[in-house]
Design a binder for this molecule. Structure first.
Ligand SMILES: O=C(O)CCC(=O)C(=O)O
Ligand SMILES: [Fe+2]
Length: 290
């Protein structure tokens, strides 16, 4: 296979899911309108420009994974009002419903992070995003997380389009990393998105360009009973989140994980109530709902 298979966002969802299930990755073309991409860029370009490269943690492992000439930042709901349209994108929502809901009654945002790879950045180590929760990094695990890499500018071989190993989500041996020859790059136009399984091997590509920063927005979802990468309700204050629907509030960590009658367990509560009730915020919700 020389590239990741591309399917139009207007195709039946089953077509996208078939490729995803077979290859562990699929590019969905024209997922975001050019108008939305433009509004995201209007908000996020200036943040990107002012952002430092690399981590400030001093931890060599984080430094390597992050990339020494890569800019990363989250808090996207706060930094761009347009991000809510990504968070509520109907296709992205339907795909996560299909892939994750077998293992949980809901999913929430795991991470929404700009990943902006700069010139000279080496390729990132190939990894599986489900390694955040290593217990599920096995061939037999259910799908607990799915990721998107959204192109807010063109992704090319030169500027570090994501490396992917198609089919690696189904390998019998997840310790096998001798797969450089199987890597393909997710080249795509602005507005397209690479969807990949939590168990698919991938990593940021090398940026060999002179001055072309790769504008990627990573958005991932995880089952509602696992701890997300981003501390969502701390990153997204109530003043921002109160005007959204309860479903969106849940995605941003401001509602509890509501058990159903089959799967018991109520998580992420306050006084064992839903957060909004427990915190006395009901009066404080707004009618202008996203
Ligand atoms: O930058 C990319 O294309 C991928 C980054 C990635 O996979 C990660 O940081 O988990
Ligand atoms: Fe990753």
């Amino acid at each position: 296979m020389s590239s990741v298979v591309t399917v139009e966002s207007t195709a039946p969802i089953g077509e996208i899911l078939d490729v995803m299930k077979r290859d562990g990755a699929v590019i969905v073309a024209n997922l975001l309108s050019s108008d939305l991409v433009q509004r995201l860029r209007n908000d996020l370009d200036v943040v990107t420009q002012n952002m430092h490269v690399g981590t400030r943690s001093g931890d060599p492992i984080v430094e390597k994974f992050w990339g020494t000439n890569t800019k990363r930042f989250g808090r996207l709901a706060e930094r761009s009002p347009a991000f809510i349209e990504v968070l509520t994108n109907p296709l992205m929502t339907a795909i996560s419903d299909e892939l994750i809901l077998g293992s949980a009654v809901d999913w929430w945002l795991n991470s929404a992070q700009m990943m902006v790879i700069g010139p000279g950045q080496e390729a990132q180590v190939l990894h599986r995003d489900v390694n955040n929760w290593p217990f599920f990094e096995t061939p037999a695990s259910p799908e607990v997380t799915v990721s998107w890499m959204l192109a807010l500018g063109a992704f090319t071989k030169e500027n570090g389009a994501t490396n992917v190993v198609p089919g690696s989500h189904l390998w019998k041996d997840f310790s096998d990393r001798s797969c450089e020859h199987l890597v393909v790059q997710a080249e795509m136009a602005a507005g397209s998105g690479l969807l990949y399984a939590g168990r698919a091997l991938h990593g940021g590509g090398a940026n060999t360009s002179v001055d072309n920063w790769r504008m990627g927005m990573h958005v991932s979802h995880v089952v509602g009973w696992l701890t997300p990468e981003e501390a969502l309700p701390i990153a997204n204050p109530w003043e921002l989140v109160r005007k959204f629907s309860p479903e969106v509030q849940r995605r941003l960590g401001w509602r509890c994980y509501e058990a159903d009658s089959v799967n018991s367990g109520r998580l992420w509560t306050i006084d064992y109530e839903d957060i909004v009730l427990g915190m006395g915020l009901e009066e404080n919700t707004s009618d202008e709902i996203a």
